[in-house]
Design a protein around this ligand. Sequence first.
Ligand code: UD1
Length: 424
Amino acid sequence: MDVYRVRGGARLSGSVSVAGAKNSALKLMAAALLASGRTRLENVPQILDVTIMTEVLRRLGCVVSADGDVLEIDVPEQTTTETDYQLVRRMRAAVAVLGPLVARFGHAKVALPGGDAIGARGLDMHIDGLQRLGADVRLEHGYLIATASRLRGAEVTFDFPSVGATENVLMASVLADGETVIDNAAREPEIVDLVDMLRSMGAVIEGEGTSTLHVQGTDGLRATVHRTVPDRIVAGTWAIGAAMTRGDVRVRDARADHVERVLQRLADMGADLSTYDDGFRVQMDARPTAHDIVTLPYPGFPTDLQPMAIALNAIADGHSILTENVFEGRFMFVNELIRLGAHITIDGHHCSIHGTERFSSAPVEATDIRAGAGLVMAALVADGVTEVGHVHHIDRGYPGFEEQLRALGATIERVTVPQADPSE
Ligand code: UD1
């Protein structure tokens, strides 16, 4: 098992560049399946999840080549249409191939992801949406099997603006017969990015960034060239890291407007902010002031930054409540933070936080990507050396994390240690 050893006390300062968004790139890769020929994706982050999605596409029969942050995906006239459990269990986002496969080839067989570290995360809205478009969707032997001779446009109204369901139904509807209206659609910048790419492939879509998407189905799409939107969650992680360590960080190649709510909260807590065309700067000179935070679908405060927000409030001056509205069960990492000396109690989807001036180092374990990044940020403000275990989770979403942290002044090393068997 690889661990990070982080010596607390550093103030993050300097400049850091943000790569393309993981949560966009994975769906753009799936969208490439909608047309035969070679699609070129630029600004793709070099992370484990992209490697897993590359494997998903290769097993379907695509030829995928990577050169730095450029990915070329050559899609044949006919691919296979099955994605097995071994891949989907490693990365849930692999279910994004469901919509494109059934729309283009009339058949998709994709394993159900199963257990997940952050809440139930059902697929009911993905399934209902595809059924509304006329697909027959059934579950057999742990696989979702979707079939349709030709999807037909329909009205799809989601109970909740699910990002993944919006993407799957959107990617299916672009090849459906007639008009589809997706209501209560997700408004995340990653959806807007996907719409931009689909449009450049020839799709006819209106309303991206709002709650209602109108799609006119077409008979076929063409391969394209597309540049991935910057990763707002990575950008937000650096912003919060700067505030936590009373640092001064200039975040480049990012979109300040995509983290507006996050920057507003940091300003409420005492940070000085500047925004630029290519990003922003966060400076914090004093101890942050505690502030309540509520996670919500975009443009609300992102759930993916909730662990960092809890860690920040846990060293802030005062008491705060963090309310999680997107994923139940996403407070698991709180127990790890408590090991570092945080004063936190959980009541349902609320987290009550009494700020303490500093953490004190202890061995802790990352439970998912964002919890991992949150723990590393917490370790930066802990006395002594904190060992953060299971850092493979962080590899899924943060390209060059330790190098970037070191460049900002952190003392961090990655070490391989033998993994203890808890049953012994
Ligand atoms: C995506 C992001 C994830 C982010 C989340 C919310 C990717 C790869 N992941 O996840 O990082 O935290 O958006 O911004 O892009 N739900 C259902 N039924 C469904 C679909 C969702 O009950 O059919 C529920 C989920 O359990 C969850 C909530 O809806 O409670 C939000 O899920 P969703 O927006 O779909 O998130 P993902 O697309 O899985």
